[in-house]
Design a protein around this ligand. Structure first.
Ligand SMILES: NC(=O)c1ccc[n+]([C@@H]2O[C@H](COP(=O)([O-])OP(=O)(O)OC[C@H]3O[C@@H](n4cnc5c(N)ncnc54)[C@H](OP(=O)(O)O)[C@@H]3O)[C@@H](O)[C@H]2O)c1
Length: 256
């Protein structure tokens, strides 16, 4: 029960990495506020959480870019649990594909809004509570924040911005006792994103041969990394790759 009475907000917890994180928090004795746009999926996760820790978690339904939803996430957490120990900025998807010709300004703006502006806004709202608890923020980024791709320009730009935001906030909030880190996953198969191979690009990244560990990842492996960063008391400003070795070097599956 290493997270006994610790309070987390996990955005985008109706499926995938967010769901796995919420369940792992509850399994370890923590408490969670859930969030997503699909109320019925969210209710399913809430039922799974309460069967683990006997607490019915608050559920906030709505778009993460909506300021009113962001305020409700923080305010209803404080009303319910009277504190906040960790904000996990996880909500997002990579639905927008395209190089320079296939990416509109609107694609870029809306992707930045979900993956960078909303996490910043939530961080601002959460900071007074995190200063009180000496808590932390974990942003869910991607390997594409560190190694950009020409076929998902807006997603690469947004995750790169999130990585830099993570380090900037870590430097700013460190003196106040608040730590800020990101976890940067490779492809995670058991997520809504990972299940649907929509393009040859997706198929390329989902091939186990690309990974020195010879497989793609699982959402509970990312959940454990998120919880590790939330409790790693001397770690801040870290962009922490959990990618099976994907970006460690130029891996070639066949021996010469
Ligand atoms: N899966 C991967 O291979 C992979 C790799 C690297 C990074 N990531 C990152 O991991 C995070 C979680 O994704 P996932 O892989 O777990 O995918 P997922 O299973 O599709 O889950 C995405 C979650 O985010 C929510 N969401 C998406 N857009 C939202 C919005 N505009 N407003 C509110 N909620 C929103 C979804 O809610 P609803 O379904 O209820 O709308 C869902 O709960 C994302 O930030 C993604 O970029 C994923």
């Amino acid at each position: 029960m290493s997270l006994q009475d610790k309070v987390y907000i996990v955005t985008g917890s109706s499926s995938g990495i967010g769901r796995a994180t919420a369940l792992e928090i509850c399994r370890q004795g923590g408490r969670v506020t859930l969030h997503g746009r699909d109320a019925s999926k969210l209710q399913g996760v809430a039922d799974e959480c309460s069967s683990l820790n006997q607490i019915e978690p608050p559920q906030i339904v709505g778009d993460v870019t909506d300021l009113e939803i962001q305020k409700r996430l923080v305010n209803e957490t404080i009303i319910r649990y009277e504190k906040l120990d960790c904000l996990v900025n996880n909500a997002g998807n990579s639905s927008s594909y395209g190089g320079i010709d296939g990416t509109s300004l609107e694609d870029l703006r809306s992707t930045l809004e979900v993956h960078c502006v909303a996490p910043f806004s939530l961080a601002k709202l959460a900071t007074p509570h995190l200063v009180k608890s000496q808590g932390s923020i974990v942003n869910v980024s991607s390997v594409l924040g560190q190694a950009a791709s020409n076929v998902v320009i807006s997603y690469s730009a947004a995750k790169g911005a999130l990585d830099s935001l993570t380090r900037a906030l870590a430097v700013d909030l460190g003196p106040k006792g608040v730590r800020v880190n990101s976890v940067n996953p490779g492809v995670i198969q058991d997520t809504d994103i990972g299940r649907v191979s929509r393009t040859a690009f997706d198929a390329f990244w989902m091939t186990p041969d690309r990974y020195p560990l010879n497989r793609v990842g699982k959402s509970e492996e990312i959940a454990k990394a998120i919880i590790h960063l939330s409790t790693a008391t001397f770690t801040t400003g870290e962009n922490y790759r959990v990618d099976g070795g994907l970006l460690a070097g130029c891996y070639w599956a066949t021996n010469m």
